[in-house]
Design a protein around this ligand. Structure first.
Ligand SMILES: Cc1ncc(COP(=O)(O)O)c(C=O)c1O
Length: 357
């Protein structure tokens, strides 16, 4: 990304517009107050929900914003199919299949393992969205199977774009810079920076939140709650992705408008920003204490948080990701880490189909 010198300003974010993006998400997503939840928890902190479960495409969720940058129009030139991979109930696969359908492309999903019931949850939606499903035995076979599929498509005269698993790349992370900018605007600059709680797994969403906060020089207190990975892995991956995203090249200088090459940072990335990103990443809290027995296995705290968010805020959580992140938020409200005068924002990253597996 080109040099981003001014903090919190329009120009800094305008630079992001230089990077190719296909609009897929219904944004800005709303920031919804949850006063009933706050009063039930007897906290004088404010609680809001950033409703990224409402990003729209294919039932929404965090993957939509990430895909917008993966599906840069320049990368889509001549492409006939999208190919990606994930588990049999992958949210990322669902949204990629929906993007392919919306863009008039074919889609192959390489999934590791058979769903117990392909007529339920995301497995059902993968099929409803018209994707071809290639099943492999385990995770290690997914990469080679995606390559095989791209070769098969090429042999038939088409062209595949292979979307990395989870769209958790430096490009994908840029989607969450926009989410930060939205929250910054929605909260207004009069208030102290909020706490922002998010579920985290492959680190892409967190990377974008880190980069967004660094660009805006916004001291929001980010808390990433692991759905599966050790906290140290998430921190390392997210920091690496955020630094790489900060260095993505932007628009080349326009010799007409900028004959002397007056903007030496153009197209070369920005060391200052990378430093700010590292500083922001160091301040993030990453916890793996709410994952329970592992990926997708519900926890009592997550189930309680799901009931609370449902009955006291009208917000539906999923059992794999958001329930566990919400449990962490509830715990921090109860132990007084977040207290009167604080504002806690829960980033709802979606995943609802897991309720119906
Ligand atoms: C619903 C939901 N929430 C959160 C996450 C975690 O996001 P990330 O992989 O970017 O850390 C995922 C990723 O699979 C997801 O599907």
């Amino acid at each position: 990304m080109r040099v981003l010198r001014s903090a919190g300003s329009g120009p800094a974010l305008d630079r992001l517009e230089a990077i190719g993006r296909t609009r897929l998400a219904t944004v800005p997503t709303p920031l919804l107050p949850a006063p009933g939840l706050a009063s039930h928890l007897r906290t004088r902190a404010r609680i809001s929900i950033k409703a990224d479960d409402c990003t729209g495409l294919g039932l929404g969720g965090n993957k939509v914003r990430k895909l917008e940058y993966e599906l840069d129009p320049a990368r889509l030139q001549g492409v006939s199919h999208l190919v990606t991979a994930g588990g049999p109930h992958s949210n990322h696969c669902r949204v990629t299949a929906a993007a392919a359908a919306r863009l008039g492309l074919g889609c192959t999903l390489v999934v590791n393992g058979e769903p117990e019931d392909p007529g339920r949850g995301n497995a059902r939606l993968h099929r409803l969205l018209g994707a071809r499903i290639v099943t492999v035995g385990d995770r290690a076979e997914r990469g080679p199977a995606m390559e095989d599929e791209a070769n098969r498509i090429a042999a038939a005269g088409g062209k595949a774009l292979v979307v990395p698993i989870g769209a958790s790349t430096a490009r994908g992370a840029l989607g969450y810079v926009h989410a930060v900018a939205e929250m910054h605007k929605q909260l207004g600059s009069d208030h102290a920076p909020p706490w922002i709680f998010t579920s985290s797994s492959s680190g892409g969403t967190l990377a974008g939140l880190i980069l967004g906060c660094a660009i805006l020089d916004w001291r929001a207190r980010l808390v990433a709650v692991s759905a599966d990975e050790p906290a140290a892995t998430i921190r390392k991956t997210a920091t690496g992705l955020a630094v790489a995203a900060a260095r993505l090249p932007g628009r080349e200088p326009d010799p007409q408008k900028d004959p002397g090459g007056a903007d030496p940072g153009a197209g070369r990335g920005d060391m200052d920003l990378a430093d700010r990103v590292r500083e922001t990443a160091d301040a993030v809290t990453v916890t793996d204490r709410f994952g329970g027995a592992g990926y997708g296995i519900p926890t009592p705290e997550g189930e309680e948080a799901t009931r609370l968010f449902g009955a006291r805020a009208g917000v539906i959580l999923d059992p794999v990701y958001t329930a566990k992140a919400a449990a962490a938020l509830v715990a921090r409200l109860r132990d007084g880490t977040i207290s009167a005068g604080d504002h806690a924002v829960f980033l709802h990253t979606g995943g609802h189909p897991a309720l119906f597996r």
